[in-house]
Design a protein around this ligand. Structure first.
Ligand SMILES: Cc1ncc(COP(=O)(O)O)c(C=O)c1O
Length: 406
């Protein structure tokens, strides 16, 4: 005997399931439920609007995709990773595999202690994250109300806008002046909840001085507006310009670090925030538990002690900038001055659009970053600073494309 039981699983969507009573029992004859499909728009309307409208932010480093197309791994100048790569991690990773049967310690005390020592603060000021991307999301959620205003200098890293929009906020773009500072009036700040500053800035390669950032922090604190300073690249530039050590003593300042670029470990996903203990406590309560895996957390403790690796990296970057900038100029391109491990290059003088140039160098096994997604039209590419022989290959590939144009 069949009885049709209508289960009201959700107040909107009724789902009909067939069940049979056998010998007084109550067993489902089949797990097949007859879902009455409605147009998916009904479902989409129930998703938070900012999520339903979200777009995927474009990034470089699509090595695996390119390798599939090319049949061989390309040389990647599109992601800005330490040219020396990472310090050796094999032994540590193998050792840590023994612990993957347990959850990580969600307070990440070892990672936080190492990050605190590295930045010269107390460990109560650290917020660990699964890459700094996770912290951009977390901080946008923490600082922005629905409809709140985020101020974002442009061009800059796309996740600030992306994560602000996901948080339901509004975004206003700010211009950057000759000295690299975002241009805004106090009245703009008064309307805002959060100002993002990337230092050094991706993609321009411009580094603000510590004093410049402090003056921004002063203005923000005065206006009671949060300032997020993203120092993802500062270890590959000039760490003396960092304001991480000041964050614990100030209100409204959140400084972010990433281990991805500095220690060449994009696959591990490691970053941390530095702020005052009160805000750090709030964020540590709100963050997703165990978001940093135990292998990554152990690697962070080790890597944050590898300061000599960073010093050597900075020397290589300085030397290679001295090679690459004139070499790019000699090809008729216009590289911007850079204080970090990547260069923004104006390709307009070549008469070739950035996307076309990126596509052509890719055919030669060289990935460069087409900068259209930064709102720069088809005028710019960004190239990472790599080791010398690799940089020579980049210049050779560009020379080939530029000399055989038309
Ligand atoms: C300026 C900047 N901040 C943060 C990130 C994200 O880094 P992570 O790997 O730590 O999430 C990137 C990645 O490209 C970046 O360019």
């Amino acid at each position: 005997m069949f009885i049709v039981v209508i289960l009201y699983i959700h107040h909107q969507s009724a789902v009909a399931c067939r069940v049979t009573i056998v010998n007084g029992g109550f067993l489902p004859t089949s797990l097949k439920c007859k879902h009455k499909r409605r147009p998916q728009q009904f479902m989409i309307n129930r998703v938070r609007k900012s999520f339903a409208l979200a777009e995927v932010c474009k990034h470089g480093g699509k090595v695996q995709e390119a390798a599939k197309r090319l049949g061989a791994e390309p040389l990647d100048f599109s992601a800005n990773i330490n040219p020396l790569g990472s310090p050796p991690l094999e032994k540590l990773v193998l050792e840590e595999l023994k612990h993957i049967g347990h959850y990580p310690d969600n307070s990440y005390s070892g990672f936080c202690r190492a990050a605190a020592r590295f930045t010269g603060v107390e460990k109560e000021c650290i917020v660990p994250g699964n890459g700094s991307s996770e912290l951009i999301r977390l901080f946008a959620e923490a600082a922005l109300e629905e409809g709140g205003l985020a101020l974002i200098p442009t061009p800059t890293f796309g996740e600030y806008e992306n994560q602000s929009l996901l948080a339901g906020a509004r975004v206003e773009k700010l211009q950057i002046d000759q000295s690299g500072l975002p241009v805004f009036r106090d009245s703009d700040l008064a309307r805002a909840r959060l100002l993002f500053v990337c230092n050094p800035n991706n993609p321009t390669g411009r580094l603000l001085s510590r004093d410049q950032v402090i003056s921004l922090a002063d203005r923000c604190e005065e206006a009671e507006v949060f300032l997020l300073v993203d120092e993802a690249f500062i270890e590959l530039s000039d760490p003396h310009q960092s304001v991480a050590d000041l964050a614990p003593k100030r209100d409204f300042l959140f400084v972010m670090r990433s281990l991805t670029k500095s220690f060449g470990v994009p696959g591990l996903r490691l970053g941390f925030g530095v702020t005052n203990p009160t805000l750090a406590k709030i964020m540590n309560r709100a963050r997703i538990p165990w978001s940093v895996g135990s292998i990554a957390a152990a690697a962070a403790e080790y890597l944050l002690g590898c300061e000599e690796h960073l010093e050597r990296s900075r020397t290589v970057i300085r030397e290679e900038l001295n090679y690459l900038i004139p070499a790019l100029q000699s090809l008729g391109l216009e590289p911007l001055t850079s204080q970090v491990n990547f260069i923004l290059v104006n390709v307009v003088p070549s008469g070739i659009d950035s996307d076309v140039l990126a596509e052509r160098t890719m055919a030669q096994g060289i990935l460069v970053r087409d900068c259209q997604s930064f709102g720069l039209g088809k005028s710019f590419i960004r190239v990472a600073v790599r080791g010398h022989s690799e940089n020579e290959r980049l210049i050779a590939a560009l020379r080939q494309e530029l000399s055989c144009r038309d």
